[in-house]
Design a protein around this ligand. Structure first.
Ligand code: DP6
Length: 374
């Protein structure tokens, strides 16, 4: 058996959002969520793990820099993995070395730790020969890692077992191939570290936001059912409205925390406003948006609408450095003129400058991939 494995995992962006824990220790969410795993080599965590009888101690390197192994989330993942290991006990006792890299901005609301923990757990499971659904282990690293452990359209169930969290897992509800026209634009507004971490933001929201319980109990379960229907029927109109509403409401719940938590900035709000104006001018939802715990927006749209929408976005937010894509190599965004008559119908206020750093154009992907050993 190989004592070393490497996996790569992209991020899973929620369209019905996870926000708030009912049990912080077991990382049990207050509500279920649904997300789409991306197929992006540009938003990817890569982890190599080796277990070796010669190693003297457990060690971890993140993006080339050695970090402490005493991170409680990392230790929780390792503990859960070792409990389920299917290799001889002597191997379980061997020390472990972990090399983890990611190529996207950390802590800017782009689910980097989720992809990192999903990748780590998948690699550990392979190494310790653990079969079956490992999303409940990834969850101990970061809640949303639970979804990133799978590909395609993924549902995370909050579960009922409050004692051990055994039924709090996720699964692929549809593979990436289910909706081949679906495209994703990750609009990076700012890649600096967010001011309030999701952990802290969730705790404060659960403790102080009057809207939190209402969202978790009254809104989310119904919305999950509607989202399942939208995805099953590939009904973009319905998918987009549900996605937009859920993102807005998650941020509404954060605004209602005390002190309030603001993850969006003026550019994020400008993008949201532009999307509503664009959809209105087109007579229906052509673009959906969602925003995590940071200012960056992730947009969903069908392939046929990408070029036109990018031209409109670029027209109003001109400081795009680059569109990075596996599918659209070197697309010169600046050279696509926005249709004049559409611009006239959109009427986005001209006095609102916005800065975009870059855009990543991708589609739905298949989840963690094993790579040849490096
Ligand atoms: C806004 O998974 O980062 O991205 O469980 O505390 O690690 P922890 O939180 P994290 O929460 C991210 C929440 C979100 C929405 C989502 O992914 O559904």
């Amino acid at each position: 058996m190989a004592n070393s494995v490497t996996f790569a995992t992209s991020i899973n962006m929620s369209v019905i959002k996870y926000w708030g824990k009912r049990n912080e220790e077991l990382v049990l969410p207050m509500n279920g969520s649904i997300g789409l795993t991306m197929d992006s080599e540009h938003l990817c965590a890569k982890t190599t793990i080796e277990i070796n009888p010669e190693f003297k101690e457990d060690r971890i390197w993140l993006n080339g820099k050695e970090e402490t192994m005493q991170n409680p989330r990392l230790q929780n993942c390792l503990r859960e993995i070792k409990k389920r290991a299917q290799v001889p006990q002597q191997m379980v006792n061997w020390k472990i070395h972990i090399w983890s890299e990611n190529n996207f901005p950390t802590a800017a609301g782009l689910a980097s730790s989720a992809a990192g923990y999903a990748c780590l757990t998948t690699a550990l499971a392979k190494l310790y020969k653990i079969e079956g659904n490992i999303s409940g282990i990834a969850r101990f690293g970061s809640g949303s890692a639970c979804r990133a452990a799978h590909g395609g359209f993924v549902r995370w169930y909050p579960g009922f077992d409050d004692l051990t969290g055994s039924d709090c897992i996720s699964e692929t509800i549809f593979p990436a191939s289910h909706w081949p026209e679906m495209r994703i634009l990750v609009v990076v507004v700012n890649d600096s570290k967010k001011k309030v971490s999701s952990i802290e933001g969730m705790t404060r929201t659960v403790q102080t936001s009057e809207f939190m319980k209402y969202r978790a109990e009254k809104i989310s379960p119904k919305r999950i059912d509607q989202m399942l229907e939208a995805i099953t029927n590939k009904d973009f109109e319905m998918f987009a409205e549900l996605t937009n509403r859920d993102s807005n409401e998650m941020h509404g719940v954060c605004w209602a925390a005390y002190p309030p938590i603001f993850y969006n900035n003026d550019t994020t709000l400008g993008i949201i406003e532009l999307i509503h104006l664009y959809n209105n001018a087109k007579g229906g939802h052509k673009v959906a948006y969602t925003v995590d715990a940071g200012p960056n927006a992730t947009l969903f749209l069908l392939e046929k609408d990408v070029t036109e929408f990018l031209s409109i976005l670029h027209h109003h937010f001109p400081i795009i450095e680059e569109v990075i894509s596996e599918y659209f190599k070197g697309m010169p965004v600046g050279n696509i003129p926005a249709p004049q008559e559409l611009l006239e119908r959109i009427k986005y206020p001209t006095n609102k400058p916005g800065k975009l750093k870059y855009i990543i154009y991708t589609k739905v992907g298949d989840g963690p991939k094993q790579l040849p050993d490096c």
